[in-house]
Design a protein around this ligand. Structure first.
Ligand code: NAD
Length: 494
């Protein structure tokens, strides 16, 4: 019996059996039931929050150096478990094991290492004598118990992006991973305990969003709700948090444009578009979804993208030669395939893919669509599958305005060799990240977060500490007089 078989909740440094019922989890690449998960009950959520609250005083009082030392040991321990984590990540998502091994797990470990260093760089403003007769300084303090909710697309990375800045700053956390993909988050918490992170600092509750997620957001001891997921659920979180005026951090959906200007390197742009739209089977909030291509390159670009997509190997995620594994579920594939069908029905052309291959799991071919209208569903709404829509443009103004014509603003890319145009595009595109001649790579040192309906607040980098800390002004008087001169405004010394 593996440790996780003892239960699918992780509270106060140990696995526990959830008392909220038992639910089957399906392996999306085979369509077969993979395991039975026990879900948390409301009492289990309460116990997890109380464990985090009990751990907070001691953890928050550690020096930054002491917390950093814990995180460095944690990163070493995670590295020793990298193969196991990658195998579990693939088994629960259907993504290729190549992707889990080379992208998800190393990216997660790098984030732990980054925050081990950043923990020692938590700064406030230097002290200053702003009122002449007093000294002001700021203290940056942890908030308390953070309730975090994560999606299924990059289960471990999304969990790590929530957990690390929170605990590096001295908070404790209860994480609710997606009920479709709890495995690596549970292992992560267990490895943290093995590495010496004190019990209760990282807790994981598993269950549905409606029950377990909402209970976590509403819990009075949870001081902040940090969420990554869809825009519709993000709005619901905000609504619930408003009942108590709780702080929220929302990383939501995306519909990233990829703008190919007339002078772009066509081959590089086509490769960038294929990798950018099919990474993680397109289930990536920053994936390239709308390619706006200068009309002089449009035919050549779409032909090359279609050719590269058609050559991609879709199938068994455990095969090292596979380029794209399955989508997360049969239901999700149904949503992707209906959106493509509606685009087709409204007159769009499918230049590549547009169908599910004859395989038992939730697979879908990389798909390129042209001839869709800018205001159509396939151009405006998040598909969250391997689907790229290409539209032509003629002028720079038109390209920028098409790119910005979206409720989302998470990420974008511009492809050009013109340095002046690079600077204009970087300034004018409304997105939390603008890549130039690139699409997808991220680094732990740089912030990630959206504009517009893609949310607010930052994951990764030292900017994330702004979400997970309170800034306190401390003012120390130098004045020895009993009655201070400014008090005359209120009452005069008689
Ligand atoms: P989702 O919103 O359906 O679910 C996300 C999480 O919220 C899950 O754990 C789910 O159980 C929980 N949840 C659902 N309803 C809830 C409720 N009422 N109260 C509390 N919790 C609830 O999203 P998903 O389908 O898991 O993930 C895909 C979405 O995530 C896409 O829209 C994608 O763009 C977005 N995403 C955004 C980022 C980013 O950094 N901006 C990163 C990854 C994914």
């Amino acid at each position: 019996m593996t440790a996780m078989e003892l239960g699918h909740q992780y509270l106060d440094g140990a696995y526990r059996i959830g008392t909220g019922g038992v639910f089957d989890r399906v392996n999306p690449a085979t369509g077969l039931v993979a395991e039975s998960l026990d879900y948390a009950s409301l009492q289990d959520v309460d116990a997890a929050v109380k464990a985090a609250a009990a751990a907070f005083p001691a953890w928050s009082r550690l020096t930054p150096g002491e917390r950093s030392e814990h995180l460095l040991k944690f990163a070493v321990e995670l590295t020793a478990h990298a193969d196991h984590l990658a195998a579990v990540e693939t088994a629960q998502t259907g993504k290729t094991v190549r992707m889990s091994h080379e992208f998800d797990i190393p990216g997660s470990i790098d984030n732990v290492n980054f925050f081990a260093g950043a923990a020692r760089q938590l700064q406030g403003l230097a002290a200053g004598d702003y009122a002449g007769n007093s000294t002001s300084m700021t203290r940056r303090e942890p908030i308390g118990v953070i309730g975090s909710i994560a999606p299924w697309n990059y289960p471990l990375q999304m969990a790590v992006w929530k957990i690390l800045p929170a605990i590096a700053a001295g908070n404790t956390i209860v994480l609710k991973p997606s009920e479709l993909t709890p495995g690596t988050s549970l292992l992560f918490a267990q490895i943290a305990t093995a590495a010496g992170i004190p019990n209760g600092v990282i807790n994981v509750v598993v269950g549905s969003g409606r029950e377990v997620g909402e209970a976590l957001v509403r819990h009075p001891l949870v001081k902040m709700s940090s969420f990554t997921g869809s825009t519709v659920v993000g709005r619901r979180i905000m609504e619930m948090a408003s009942e108590t005026g709780k702080r929220v951090h929302l990383e939501l959906g995306g519909k990233a444009p990829l703008v190919v200007f007339a002078d772009a390197d066509l081959e590089a742009a086509a490769h960038g578009a294929v990798a950018g739209s099919t990474i993680n089977a397109g289930q990536d909030c920053t994936a390239a979804t709308r390619a706006y291509v200068h009309s002089s390159l449009f035919e050549a670009f779409t032909a090359r993208v279609a050719e590269l997509m058609e050559a991609m190997v879709v199938g068994d995620p455990l095969d090292q030669d596979t380029d794209m594994g399955s989508l997360i579920s049969e239901t999700h594939r149904g949503k992707v395939s209906s959106m493509v069908q509606r685009a087709r029905d409204s007159g769009a052309r499918i230049l590549a893919g547009g169908y599910a291959p004859e395989l038992p799991g939730a697979f879908y071919r990389p798909t390129l669509i042209t001839g869709a209208a800018q205001d159509s569903e396939i151009v405006q709404e998040e598909v969250f599958g391997p689907v790229l829509v290409a539209l032509p443009f003629d002028t720079e103004d038109e390209a920028i305005s098409l790119a910005n014509d979206s409720p989302f603003g998470l990420a974008a890319s511009a492809w050009t060799k013109d340095v002046n145009l690079v600077m204009r595009a970087a300034a004018e595109i409304e997105a939390g990240c603008v890549w130039i001649n690139e699409h997808i790579p991220m680094v732990s040192e740089m912030p990630h977060g959206g504009f517009k309906s893609s949310g607010f607040g930052k994951d990764m980098s030292s900017y994330s500490f702004e979400e997970y800390t309170n800034i306190k002004h401390v003012m120390i008087s130098h004045d020895t007089a009993v009655h201070r001169s400014w008090q005359d405004t209120v009452f005069r010394q008689r």
